[in-house]
Ligand binder design. Structure first.
Ligand SMILES: Cc1cc2nc3c(=O)[nH]c(=O)nc-3n(C[C@H](O)[C@H](O)[C@H](O)COP(=O)(O)OP(=O)(O)OC[C@H]3O[C@@H](n4cnc5c(N)ncnc54)[C@H](O)[C@@H]3O)c2cc1C
Ligand code: SF4
Length: 329
């Protein structure tokens, strides 16, 4: 690992000041992603700013009936939070399967949302692809079995690696961000960015001296929620495809809803066709199947990942059945 200076920030203000640096400074939370990247020479920051003691580690109710979650809250504390579990079950379902118990005890909400892609070319020092300032994507003609099946216009074809991002988008969360220019709030759905040649080095809207400090969840209202993940193995890996659905109900009929897919696109992928297929319908096996079909109607798999289309279809259908309280397996 390349030598670096270490700053232990104890307030939001100190953390932002330490990140505004003439050189490369990166925030450190639980270190589960950043330290691995540094050991593999994917990132070689000159300054590492520990933000764990600077950012909020707690969750608190808001005056509007929702919840506010601090970026330094550990994933294990999130998934054991009884009130959040009751109000936002899909968040707990997503948190429960992240990595391993050791990772969940160390990793934070802020670090999870801002972790970098798992594309194996990105994670190998030798491959200088678009995301590392190069001029090509090795996945296009290479090994792309875990890459995107939606949003494949390039230049990068990653899938976003955060399990928490998907339910946060589905529940309509807002992220609070601070930086040297002050603070701002960004809808979770707008926070994650599709790759373009101009912004391909990043996966979100943050400037270099900005930090995510809180996730604000609105009161869920009269909704039914479902979450379903398809994984190659039960632990120590990322899902192949997963879905959160949050459906506003009018009696037994879906009024409107959010259907958000994970591990299938460079951002949490909101499926308008699936949402349209559900609106005005009762929740049952036939509606779930129709919405799942609609969800994959726009899929454009790469050379090695067409198998993910069926997995995504299954994840959408089972998340909807899960919301309906219909047992799937
Ligand atoms: C075997 C394995 C399996 C895994 N499976 C899953 C899985 O299924 N689902 C999943 O979601 N993840 C999975 N992970 C990834 C793991 O959950 C993340 O690495 C972890 O959540 C990152 O959190 P952290 O606090 O350790 O972040 P760090 O490693 O400290 O930081 C991650 C990145 O975010 C930046 N950062 C940290 N905090 C902030 C902030 N407040 N504002 C802005 N930027 C910030 C850092 O600079 C860094 O670039 C897995 C990891 C491993 C090793
Ligand atoms: S998918 Fe993205 S991260 Fe992977 S090789 Fe292509 S440009 Fe790089």
């Amino acid at each position: 690992m390349k030598a670096f200076a270490y700053v232990n920030a104890t307030s939001e203000k100190d953390a932002v000041a330490a990140l505004k640096f003439d050189g490369i400074a990166l925030p450190l939370a639980g270190g589960q992603d950043l330290l691995a990247r540094m050991k593999d020479y994917i990132d070689t920051p000159e300054r590492v700013v520990n933000v764990k003691n600077a950012l909020d580690r707690t969750a608190a109710p808001t005056s509007g009936g929702g919840w506010r979650i601090g970026a330094s809250m550990k994933i294990v504390d999130l998934l054991e939070h009884a009130d959040i579990g009751k109000m936002y079950p899909a968040i707990i379902a997503a948190a429960t399967d992240i990595g391993t118990p050791q990772i969940r005890h160390q990793a934070t909400v802020g670090g999870n949302l801002n972790q970098r892609p798992r594309c194996w070319y990105f994670r190998n020092e030798e491959f200088v692809c678009y995301k590392k300032g190069g001029s090509r994507c090795f996945a296009v003609n290479g090994e792309n079995q875990y890459h995107a099946i939606f949003g494949n216009d390039g230049p990068s074809h990653i899938v976003h690696p955060s399990s928490l991002a998907v339910p946060f988008v589905a529940y309509g969360a807002t992220f609070r961000v601070i930086g040297s220019k002050g603070e701002r709030e960004v809808a979770a759905a707008e926070y994650f960015t599709m790759p373009t040649l101009q912004n391909v080095l990043k996966e979100n809207v943050l400037d270099d001296d900005e930090l995510l400090t809180h996730v604000m969840l609105p009161a869920p209202g009269n909704v039914k929620t479902g979450h379903y993940e398809v994984r190659y193995k039960a632990s120590h890996d990322w899902p192949l495809a997963f879905t959160t659905v949050v459906l506003a109900m009018n009696g037994g009929i879906v009024q409107s809803g959010r259907v958000v897919l994970g591990a299938v696109a460079p951002v949490p992928w909101r499926s308008k066709p699936a949402e349209d297929a559900l609106a005005g319908k009762p929740l049952n096996e036939a509606t779930a199947a129709a919405a799942a079909e609609a969800a994959v109607s726009e899929a454009k798999p790469m050379s090695g990942n067409a198998y993910k289309v069926q997995i995504a279809r299954t994840a959408v259908k089972r998340a909807i059945l899960n919301a309906a309280g219909i047992k799937t397996v």
